[in-house]
Design a protein around this ligand. Structure first.
Ligand SMILES: C[S@@+](CC[C@H](N)C(=O)[O-])C[C@H]1O[C@@H](n2cnc3c(N)ncnc32)[C@H](O)[C@@H]1O
Length: 282
């Protein structure tokens, strides 16, 4: 964002916050944060905060806590986008509490999206045979499993629920050719994301579906994002056909692939880099 427009936006603070619901997540605003460079307004705000502290101590503490956890969430989010799945797994293993911090922040961000991709995937599954077995790679709070009748293998780095398999999703304990649908809903975060899709290819039955929902800006070549055609060509090289691609949502893109009956020998696939989805400090 340009420095001048930053200033304008700061002056229009209230308006901008309201509009942030329609921004991609990395551009969305953590309402608990102050603009870092606005020293004078920071001082003014601090003064206001101190006097309101006297009048309303709980609200002051809540704001301070929210600001700290907002910063913590951004740090964890950045970590997940800039390390490998293996590193992320070890990181959360050391302190599983951090996973809850990440997910509280993530849900807060998602609450501003007009539509969540996981709900589109739930609707898609509900319109199909409930006997289809599903693997939800990077399931988060396992909302998918909780909302469909299908057998769902929910996979994530940490398991806060006995039904969730805790592992790095590039190496799951699932059997080869055992699932009908593999889902990645905003979860291609690690720097080694192609290995997650390769693992999904292993566990999918021939003819199985691969559904990928990702933040739209990661697929905006005009803005440093990957070319969606290059991405789908790479997935096709792995042995899939692209059935459809849904670009109509402002916040995310959805790919529907189907695994070919005969597997391809996947060598030297040209995977585009998927840029990290970093939340800016406000
Ligand atoms: C942005 S959240 C999305 C959660 C859920 N799919 C949704 O749509 O609400 C991405 C999830 O992917 C998980 N994840 C990222 N890398 C992973 C990995 N290598 N192995 C397992 N889970 C991973 C994160 O822990 C996080 O819970």
């Amino acid at each position: 964002m340009e420095a001048s427009s930053k200033g304008k936006n700061r002056r229009r603070g209230k308006k901008r916050r309201k509009a942030s619901g329609n921004q991609p997540p990395e551009a969305s605003v953590d309402v608990s944060e102050q603009a870092p460079s606005a020293l004078t307004s920071k001082r003014r705000n601090l003064g206001a905060a101190t006097s309101s502290k006297v009048n309303n101590p709980t609200s002051f503490l809540d704001k301070m806590r929210a600001r700290l956890s907002g910063g913590h969430f951004r740090m964890l989010n950045e970590k997940l986008y800039t390390c490998s799945g293996n590193e992320a797994f070890d990181y959360f293993k050391e302190d599983p509490e951090l996973f809850s911090v990440y997910h509280t922040g993530y849900q807060e961000q998602m609450s501003r999206w007009p539509e969540q991709p996981v709900n589109i995937i739930i609707t898609w599954l509900k319109s199909r045979n409930p006997s289809l077995t599903v693997a939800d790679f990077g399931c988060g709070d396992a909302r998918l499993a909780k909302n469909v009748k299908n057998k769902v293998f929910s996979i994530d780095l940490v398991s806060n629920d006995p039904s969730v398999i805790a592992c790095d999703m590039s190496q799951t304990p699932l059997e080869s050719s055992s699932v009908d649908v593999a889902v990645f809903c905003l979860s291609l975060m690690g720097t080694n994301y192609p290995s997650y899709i390769t693992e999904a290819t292993r566990v999918l039955k021939p003819g199985g579906w691969l559904l990928i929902a990702e933040v739209k800006s990661r697929f905006d070549p005009n803005n440093g994002g990957a070319d969606p055609v290059e991405f789908s060509e790479a997935v096709k090289d792995l042995g899939f056909s692209l059935v459809s691609q849904d670009m109509k949502n402002k916040m995310f893109i959805l790919f529907y692939f189907r695994k070919k009956e005969r597997s391809a020998s996947a060598r030297n696939i040209n995977w585009p880099e998927l840029k990290a989805c970093i939340y800016k400090r406000r």
